[in-house]
Ligand binder design. Structure first.
Ligand SMILES: O=C(CO)COP(=O)(O)O
Length: 260
C-alpha cells in the first residue's frame, strides 16, 4: 500500500442522471476488486440520495472497494434564509463524507473569493465532512510565471482562517484552469512540480500533515494520461470531470489509481 491511499473523485458537475449511477455500479460490482484506492462520487445534489441508495444496495458486491459520496459545493452558513443553498450538515445527513470547495468554476462564475472558500472549508469540517479544496492558476498566470504565487495565495487564505492543522482532515486538488475541460492536461512534470510545492508549503508548519495529505490532480485526466500523472511521487490520484461521466473510462481510472 502506498504511503497515501490514492483517490479518484468523480465531479459530475451539472451532468449525469440517476441512470448513470446505475450503470456505474453495474460495472463497479464486476470490476472494483480491492480497497487500494478510494473512490468518491460527487453527483449533482439532487442525485446524492439516489446514488447513495444504490451504493448501499450494492455494498455487498463491491468486494471491499471503498466508494464514498461527495458533493460539489456547500454553503458557508449553518442555516437560515439562503435560498437555493445546502448546508454542510444537510450534506452529512444525506450520506456525504466529502465536499468539493473552491472549484474554479465556482470561483470564476459565482464570485467565490478565497475568503468565502475558507469559510466553506470551515463549515464542511465543522459538520464532519472532509473538504476537497481546489486550487489552480489561469493560463495567463502560468505564462506570467505566477503559478506558485496564485496557489500560495489560495492556500494561505484557507490556512490563515483554519490553521495548518485543519489540513489533517482535508484533500487538496490542483486543477489548473487551462486544463479543466480543455482536453489539454498538465504534463506529469508540471503537475508534480506544483504538487511538490503545495506539499512543501504545508510541511513548513507540519511535516506530518505535509507528508500525509492527499493531493489530487484535476484537468483533462483520461485513461490515456492517468498512469503517467498518478505515478508522480506527489500526485495521489485525480479529480475527474468529463471522464467521470463515462462508466468505462471512470472505472478504468479507478483501476489505474489502484495500481499506482
Ligand atoms: O474540473 C474538473 C474536475 O473538478 C476537471 O474537469 P475535466 O476532467 O473535464 O477537465
Amino acid at each position: 500500500m502506498a504511503l497515501r491511499r490514492p483517490m479518484i473523485a468523480g465531479n459530475w458537475k451539472m451532468n449525469g442522471s440517476a441512470e448513470l449511477a446505475k450503470e456505474l455500479f453495474k460495472k463497479f460490482t464486476a470490476k472494483l476488486e480491492n480497497d487500494s484506492a478510494e473512490v468518491v462520487l460527487c453527483p449533482p445534489s439532487i442525485y446524492i440520495e439516489s446514488v447513495r441508495q444504490q451504493l448501499e444496495a450494492n455494498k455487498a458486491q463491491l468486494n471491499g472497494a471503498l466508494v464514498r459520496m461527495g458533493a460539489q459545493n456547500v454553503s458557508q452558513h449553518n442555516f437560515g434564509a439562503y435560498t437555493g443553498e445546502i448546508s454542510a450538515k444537510m450534506l452529512n445527513d444525506a450520506g456525504c463524507q466529502y465536499v468539493i470547495v473552491g472549484h474554479s468554476e465556482r470561483r470564476r462564475m459565482y464570485g467565490e473569493t478565497s475568503a468565502i472558500v475558507a469559510d466553506k472549508f470551515a463549515a464542511a469540517q465543522k459538520a464532519g465532512l472532509t473538504p476537497i479544496l481546489c486550487v489552480g492558476e489561469s493560463g495567463p498566470a502560468r505564462e506570467a510565471r505566477r503559478t506558485f504565487e496564485v496557489i500560495a495565495e489560495e492556500l494561505d487564505v484557507v490556512i490563515e482562517k483554519n490553521g495548518t492543522l485543519a489540513f489533517d482532515n482535508a484533500i487538496i486538488a490542483y486543477e489548473p484552469l487551462w486544463a479543466v475541460g480543455t482536453g489539454k492536461s498538465a504534463t506529469p512534470e508540471q503537475a508534480q512540480e506544483v504538487h511538490a510545492f503545495i506539499r512543501s508549503r504545508l510541511s513548513e508548519v507540519s511535516p506530518f500533515i505535509g507528508e500525509k495529505i492527499r493531493i489530487l490532480y484535476g484537468g483533462s485526466v483520461t485513461p490515456s494520461n492517468a498512469a503517467d500523472l498518478f505515478s508522480q511521487p506527489d500526485v495521489d490520484g485525480g479529480l475527474i470531470g468529463g471522464a467521470s461521466l463515462n462508466s468505462t473510462e471512470f472505472l478504468s481510472l479507478c483501476s489505474i489509481a489502484m495500481s499506482s
